[in-house]
Design a protein around this ligand. Structure first.
Ligand code: SF4
Ligand code: SF4
Length: 288
């Protein structure tokens, strides 16, 4: 089973939930944690994994042989991302804008374009106290996290439970991370901002046809509107974590909740059991 841990908004406690869920399940079954939040991966701060391997993630960008080029402009015409421009007898490539789609080299009538790899990030693999760990890191200044996320997901090992920590928001990287999941946990906080972004996140997972449930973090800081919304939309609230300075202190020191406060382990195991029931029930309904 693949469980994505997402949030419409940053800073809601997604990492807290992903790492505590992984640590709570590791003694019961095989667990893999994928940190797909490649622009700011931070699960490693809490899990302190031993990294055993790393590989570069490259995208193919065009290199033009100007001896062959007739400056016809076809490449600039087909590039949807304005990553290549032809101005009189000059041809310019903007590597940061190139999505590596290959259209320009495929359609160049003079075969003047070859593709060269450009490194945009790295995928690291390792382990942490029985948890299989994979994280992606997008290089600073790069604008395209999706290829790095795809490479992290290529390491998915479906032998056990896979927990995928997704970037905040509802943009392309989030869709790429969530789309093959069996379940999506949406972590939110009970504030107007939290509710606004939760609604956007729910719409996204509904489009992807991934069942979801909500974890309310910092319960007590806001109002009851998130719960009202979940009730109205029949979205289960699976776990509530209170606003507690002890929890905040643990996070600021890089200590996972269930390690600093082991009494929470039971709640995370129960959270998983409820997810299991929902996924199981749904798969039985789909078979009917
Ligand atoms: S399509 Fe090929 S020949 Fe035409 S301008 Fe681009 S690189 Fe040059
Ligand atoms: S590979 Fe695609 S995105 Fe990059 S310059 Fe060529 S057409 Fe544009």
């Amino acid at each position: 089973m693949i469980i994505s841990v997402a949030s419409g908004k940053g800073g809601t406690g997604k990492t807290l939930v992903a790492t505590s869920l992984a640590l709570s399940l590791k003694d019961k079954q095989k667990v893999q944690l994928l940190d797909c939040d490649v622009e700011e991966p931070n699960d490693h701060i809490f899990l302190k994994p031993v990294i055993t391997g790393s590989e570069a993630v490259c995208i193919p960008i065009p290199e033009v042989d100007e001896k062959k080029c007739s400056y016809c402009g076809k490449c600039a015409e087909v590039c949807a991302y304005h990553a290549i421009a032809v101005i009189l007898k000059n041809i310019l490539v903007f590597p940061q804008l190139c999505h590596g789609c290959g259209a320009c080299s495929y359609l160049c009538p003079e075969e003047a374009i070859t593709e060269v790899g450009r490194e945009i990030g790295v995928v690291e693999c390792g382990h942490s106290d029985g948890i299989d760990f994979v994280q992606g890191k997008l290089n600073v200044g790069e604008a395209m996290p999706t290829p790095v996320i795809r490479r992290v997901k290529a390491k998915t090992n479906r032998d056990g439970i896979v927990i995928s920590d997704v970037s905040p928001g509802t943009s392309c990287p989030v869709v790429e991370s969530i789309k093959d999941s069996d379940f999506c946990l949406l972590v939110t906080e009970p504030t107007p901002f939290g509710l606004n972004d939760l609604i956007l996140a729910v719409e996204t997972v509904k489009e992807l046809r991934v069942p979801c449930g909500v974890v309310i973090n910092r319960d007590g800081v806001g109002d009851g509107k998130v719960e009202e919304y979940c009730l109205r939309e029949s979205i289960p609230v699976l776990l509530t974590i209170p606003q507690d300075t002890k929890i905040a202190r643990l996070s600021s020191r890089g200590i996972a909740l269930v390690e600093g406060m082991p009494q929470w382990r039971k709640s995370f195991i129960e959270l998983f059991d409820r997810i299991w029931e929902i996924v199981d029930e749904r798969s039985r309904c789909l078979k009917r």
